[in-house]
Design a protein. Structure first.
Lengths: 687, 65
């Protein structure tokens, strides 16, 4: 009951509750107190309710009570006061209180008793009681303060302890989390001190090594791994410390008998001053990835090898097929020159057509393999557009003649320009496009060859009035061997033409394009860069005559050739020059010795010989001053311009391509024989 | 020109046209008198076409390539 209902009385004033029914006694007590100099405010009551109200209203410095009241008594008042205000001193003021009761009352908590008869004692009793009460209150306050402080201190200790526990728990959780991360990492994680001793290793490290952590910690790489590996690891550790940052490296490791490869990141651990005190490494096993990479690399190399093998194979097959094809075309040419019945002529024409088609197939495959392998040799030069267009149109014109298809070169000043191209290859492209335009045209149709300019490029455009190509087939147009159903129409073709056209155009830095409309016709074009300087049109070769009657020249021709069929063909060809003698050598060595023995007037040299290469034979002939004067005509199926130039530069006087064009062979022989006496060393070729 | 399909097509085309050459040379031989001197030339063509066909068949059986 520590309620404070009002501020304490001002200094020196005492608030007194006097429980008394007698007005005289009330006055007497008040007068006694005041008379002794006490400044008092006194409330009176003589009932229990009145006392309760008073106690609720005020805090008293002292309670005085008569022992005997009509409606109440001192003892009940004392009990009530002890209940409500235990620290307020309680003094009995009574006229009748006996000794025994007085002692009882004092035992129950009253501080004093004053007989009404001896009321003069009262002021002193009140003073003492209030003084003692103040001292008691003071003590109580001090004790309470001590208790409060104690409690506060205890509370702080509790809080501090809890805080520490929290912090410790957080630290433990953090460590546990880190440990968990480290332990569940699929990478090896480790810390080594600057001497290279393991200070920490994670679970993966231990599991991978197959040792206990205790067996690893404190040891160095040298104690755990082969010397060569250990020193590599140490070097990488040192590199990280030198670099003061993470250093990445690939580290092989020997785990039991197997070699594993790790991608390691190593970085220095720094103290507060920024000085490294250890190196930490994280090593991920990348063996599988490396193996997959290796396998991929091997597979790629294998695929490349297979592709190369296929190209080489096709190329070799094409070469091999040329020999019998030469015979077919050569003998067919001879037959065509003979007097035959119409029936027989038709057979020969079919044979020639078949042979030419076979030749196209072989040449085109060879060209395609060269383009794909990237070793198509080109001789880019400014090519006069008008000349090459006219030349190609003239060559294709006979194809359309029977079917009434006209080839029209649309006049344009642009035809005076030149494009940068390989002359022979551009010619091949135009022949392909023009012959397609004829082949897939309708009878009586038209083929128009025109030229457009597109920026710094010229477009040679071939337009036909054919059946066009359905849209769904257009994507297949440039695929090799794709004939879009033409194979069942009787129109001849290899299905390689457009593939080759595109390959050649691109190899010359150009492009091809087309548009087509069903029933209206198609337009194909090749676009090439305009050449800066148009050059004068080269003089075309003199037209070679047909198999004309032989000149009367005599002489010996040495033919160095291993293929019997070709030799027989040449024998048949030379039958047209009865004054010439053909001698034959099947190998290069035999050819050289026969050249020395027989001193032939002309040597025909095949480049594919069983013992030595034809070019080597050519070199040996040239190196012998006695033989150097004999003109050599080289026969080769490998008719690239670069090859031709090389052979001619090595001393050959003529270059004849296989399959042999018989009139050209005869013409070449005639010219070489005629030039014999003049010792004319000028070079000629059939290009 | 890589790929087996292409090779197969190519072989097929070669065989076709060699067939034409063979056929017409045989036809021609049948139409020529036995003592006609140009028979030798036709026989050369026929022989060469057979050799070529043999080569093409070698390719055909050599599928390991």
């Amino acid at each position: 009951m520590n309620r404070r209902l009002e501020p304490p009385m001002p200094d020196g004033r005492l608030r007194v509750l006097h429980v008394e029914d007698d007005p005289v006694d009330r006055e007497l007590v008040a007068a006694t107190l005041r008379g002794d100099g006490l400044i008092v405010d006194i409330d009176w009551t003589d009932t229990r309710d009145g006392m309760l109200r008073a106690l609720e209203r005020h805090t008293y410095d002292v309670i005085l009570a008569d022992d005997r009241l009509p409606a109440f008594d001192g003892h009940a008042a004392q009990v009530l006061a002890a209940e409500r205000t235990p620290i307020v001193p309680f003094i009995f003021v009574s006229g009748t209180l006996g000794e025994e009761i007085a002692i009882e009352r004092l035992k129950a908590g009253a501080v004093d008793y004053v007989l009404k008869q001896r009321l003069g004692r009262l002021p002193e009793a009140v003073r003492r009681a209030t003084r003692e009460a103040r001292v008691r209150a003071e003590h109580a306050r001090a004790a309470a303060e001590v208790l409060r402080l104690n409690a506060e201190l205890e509370q702080r200790v509790v809080e501090r302890t809890a805080q520490l526990a929290d912090r410790e728990e957080a630290l433990r959780a953090s460590e546990q989390r880190l440990q968990s991360i480290l332990d569940h990492s699929p990478a090896l994680i480790y810390v080594k001190d600057l001497d290279g001793r393991y200070q920490f290793v994670n679970r993966c490290f231990v599991a991978t090594l197959g040792r206990d952590a205790a067996d690893v910690l404190g040891r160095t790489d040298l104690e755990l791994f082969p010397v060569r590996l250990a020193s590599m690891y140490r070097e990488n550790d040192a590199a990280a410390i030198r670099a003061m940052t993470a250093v990445h490296s690939e580290e092989p490791s020997l785990i039991g008998p197997t070699v594993r490869v790790y991608a390691s990141a190593k970085f220095p651990l720094l103290d507060r001053a920024g000085i490294p005190y250890a190196v930490c490494g994280i090593s991920t096993d990348i063996t599988d990835r490396k193996q997959a990479e290796d396998q991929l690399k091997t597979a790629r190399l294998e695929a490349e090898r297979a592709n190369r093998a296929k190209s080489e194979f096709l190329s070799r097959m094409s070469h091999d097929l040329r020999t019998p094809l030469n015979a077919i075309l050569g003998f067919a040419q001879l037959l065509a020159a003979d007097a035959l019945t119409t029936d027989q002529q038709e057979c020969v024409q079919q044979i020639q057509a078949g042979g030419r088609h076979l030749l196209d197939l072989i040449n085109e495959v060879l060209d395609l393999t060269r383009i794909e392998a990237g070793y198509l040799s080109l001789s880019p030069e400014p090519v006069h557009v008008g000349d090459i267009a006219a030349h190609a149109a003239a060559l294709v014109a006979p194809l359309g003649r029977d079917r009434g298809i006209a080839i029209v070169v649309e006049p344009s000043p642009l035809f005076q320009q030149s494009v940068r191209a390989d002359r022979q290859r551009l010619n091949q492209v135009l022949l392909n496009l023009l012959s397609n335009a004829v082949k897939y045209n309708r009878d009586g149709g038209q083929v128009i060859l025109s030229v457009d300019q597109h920026g710094s490029r010229l477009r040679l455009v071939v337009t036909d009035t054919g059946f066009g190509i359905a849209e769904e087939k257009q994507t297949l147009l440039f695929r090799p061997f794709e004939r879009l159903g033409a194979e069942s129409t009787g129109v001849e073709g290899t299905g390689l033409g457009l593939t080759l056209v595109r390959g050649l155009a691109e190899a010359m830095g150009g492009s091809v394009g087309f548009r087509s409309e069903v029933d209206r016709g198609s337009t194909f074009w090749i676009e090439l860069a305009i050449a800066a300087t148009p050059v004068a049109t080269p003089v075309t070769d003199a037209e070679v005559s047909t198999l004309r009657a032989g000149t009367e020249q005599t002489g010996t021709i040495l033919y160095i050739e291993d293929n019997v069929s070709n030799v027989r063909l040449m024998q048949r060809v030379l039958a047209l020059r009865p004054n010439l003698t053909l001698v034959h050598a099947p190998t290069g060595h035999r050819g050289l010795s026969m050249a020395r023995e027989r001193r032939p007037d002309v040597i025909l040299l095949d480049l594919h010989l069983p013992d030595v290469g034809g070019e080597e034979v050519l070199r040996l002939l040239w190196n012998d001053p006695a033989l150097r004067v004999i003109p050599v005509a080289v026969l080769s199926a490998d008719a690239t311009p670069a090859h031709m130039r090389r052979v001619l530069a090595s001393g050959a006087r003529a270059y004849l391509t296989k399959p042999l064009d018989i009139p050209r062979v005869l013409d070449t022989l005639d010219r070489l024989l005629a030039a014999r006496q003049s010792r004319d060393l000028s070079v000629e070729s059939e290009t | 020109v890589n790929g087996d399909v292409k090779q197969t097509t190519w072989r097929h085309d070669l065989k076709n046209h060699l067939g034409i050459v063979l056929g017409f040379s045989e036809l021609l031989l049948a139409r020529l008198d036995p003592d006609n001197p140009i028979r030798v030339d036709v026989q050369e063509i026929h022989l060469a076409a057979q050799r070529a066909l043999h080569l093409v068949r070698t390719i055909a059986s050599d599928d390991s390539q």
